[in-house]
Design a protein. Structure first.
Length: 519
């Protein structure tokens, strides 16, 4: 039976989907063709040929002659011999003794199974696929699809709204990042200024170290000068004592000479009265004048030594004050050096912290950009699954944390330029303070140099001192005494050789009157 009627089946181009452009939309069908059908109502082994059409989720069948009318008129008859709903049906291949390419359609609401058969394996495969696809169209699936469509539309609207919100927030953050970029450029400029200030600071520190070494050398020189002044004071004290002793000896010798002269004059006066001749007392007067000249010279040397002792004491005080001044300046420079070192370390720590914060911010910015790209790809993607939704939620949480951190960091970084400017101003103020301290130190050093005594050598006539003892012997020459000129604030002091009418040598006898020397 199968072989005798196999030529009447029309599977060829008509078995495939009809041309959608040539048919009216109401006559469009999914598949049509001639199949073998076993009776549905009663069990029977008889197979009959019928013309089948799959329209949406229904299987319509007609008599075999309806195929020519369908192909000619291009629309199907609305009065079929039977209609089989395919929604929820189970369609599977089945082998029958006389029909190797049979198909079974079953459903829980059917009273039995529907058996159909094709004439080739290709037709069987084509009808099985189309029947299975049509069985998916059910009222429940339609309701579920409508609900899913509404849910997806709502999710799409929500995601579009969230996308717009994130885009708005992204625009705000972009503006904020532009502002942060400007602030970062300002910070870089300030960092360059700080680097220049750091270089100047290092130069100032090096110069301060050199000045500190110079001050140490000056302090050592001042200490040596003080030792020399103390030694010279001791020598002058010994010299003064020697001169005082010589003056006392000369005073005693003068008294003896005056007594002898007075006695000789008395004797000569007596002899002159007797012989009426002038008294030969020229030798005694000459000796007396020599004694007076030596006493005068010794007095001048004593006054000069006392004046030199006073000037040495003044010089010692000046050197002591200069040493204290240098010590205070050295301490001030040391304190300034420590302060500048602390400020340098603080500036380096702040710079390192700022660089670390900037690198961390750039890293978080790259992570946020990656999360934003991933979120945008997820929003633009049409395929949604649970894993992608979880990833999108994680990206949203990451972006939220990043934006919150950006807001907090922006509030802090908005104050950073002011802090950096204040740091620059502090360094400049410290540099100005150091320069001012250096200027005052140099000016004070100049004033101290004006007050330091300048020593010159005495003339040759005042380099020796001595006196006659008893028989007019010369005393041993002492050390050479320098002549001192003290200049205080540009005013020259009185010469040491000129003497002072108000000075008085303690322990020295007064000079004899001129009338006595001339007589």
């Amino acid at each position: 039976m199968f072989t005798s009627k196999s030529n009447s089946v029309s599977p060829s181009p008509s078995l495939e989907q009809t041309d959608s452009d040539a048919l009216d939309i109401s006559t469009k069908v999914q598949l049509y063709g001639v199949l073998w059908k076993r009776p549905f109502g009663r069990p029977s082994a008889k197979w009959s040929r019928r013309f089948f059409i799959i329209k949406e989720s229904f299987l319509l069948y007609y008599s075999e002659s309806e195929k020519k009318n369908f192909e000619t008129n291009k629309y199907f008859n609305i009065h079929p011999k039977g209609v089989i709903p395919l929604g929820g049906c189970l369609v599977e291949a089945k082998e029958e003794p006389s029909m190797p390419y049979a198909m079974k359609i079953s459903h829980q609401d059917f009273h039995g199974n529907i058996l159909l058969a094709a004439e080739s394996e290709f037709e069987q495969t084509q009808w099985l696929e189309m029947l299975q696809e049509s069985g998916k169209v059910t009222w429940k699936n339609a309701q579920l699809g409508e609900a899913m469509i509404k849910s997806l539309e709502a999710q799409g609207l929500q995601l579009a709204k969230e996308k717009q919100e994130y885009l708005d927030k992204l625009m705000e953050e972009t503006e904020e990042l532009c502002l942060q970029r400007e602030q970062r450029e300002e910070l870089e400029r300030l960092n360059q200024v700080l680097e220049a200030e750091k270089q100047q600071f290092e130069e100032v520190v090096q110069e301060l170290k050199m000045e500190q070494e110079q001050i140490k050398r000056e302090l050592e020189l001042t200490a040596r000068c003080l030792k020399g002044v103390e030694q010279e004071k001791k020598e002058l004290r010994h010299l003064t004592e020697s001169l005082q002793q010589t003056l006392e000896e000369l005073s005693i010798e003068k008294k003896k000479t005056l007594a002898m002269l007075e006695e000789n004059e008395n004797q000569l006066q007596t002899l002159a009265n007797q012989s009426e001749q002038p008294p030969p007392n020229g030798g005694l007067h000459s000796n007396l004048r020599q004694i007076e000249e030596k006493m005068q010279q010794l007095l001048e040397e004593k006054l000069l030594a006392e004046k030199r002792m006073k000037e040495n004491e003044e010089r010692s005080r000046a050197l002591e004050e200069e040493r204290e001044f240098y010590s205070s300046q050295s301490q001030a420079l040391q304190n300034s050096l420590q302060e500048l070192t602390a400020e340098k370390q603080q500036a380096e720590r702040e710079l390192k912290a700022e660089v670390k914060v900037r690198m961390d911010l750039e890293r978080r910015l790259r992570e946020a950009e990656g999360a934003l790209r991933s979120l945008e790809q997820g929003l633009n993607s049409k395929v949604r699954n649970k894993e992608k939704e979880e990833r999108m939620r994680a990206d949203v949480s990451h972006l939220k944390r990043f934006f919150e951190e950006c807001i907090r960091n922006a509030e802090l970084e908005a104050k950073m330029p002011v802090i950096m400017k204040n740091s620059v101003y502090i360094h400049k103020a410290a540099t100005r303070r150091i320069k001012s301290c250096r200027f005052h130190r140099r000016r004070s050093s100049t004033s101290w140099n004006d007050t330091v005594p300048v020593f010159h050598d005495l003339p040759a006539g005042c380099q020796q001192h001595g006196g006659t003892k008893g028989g007019g012997q010369e005393a041993q020459p002492g050390p050479a005494l320098p002549r001192i000129h003290l200049s205080h604030h540009g005013k020259p002091a009185r010469s040491a050789l000129s003497g002072s009418p108000g000075w008085k040598v303690m322990g020295a006898p007064p000079l004899p009157p001129r009338s006595f020397l001339s007589g």
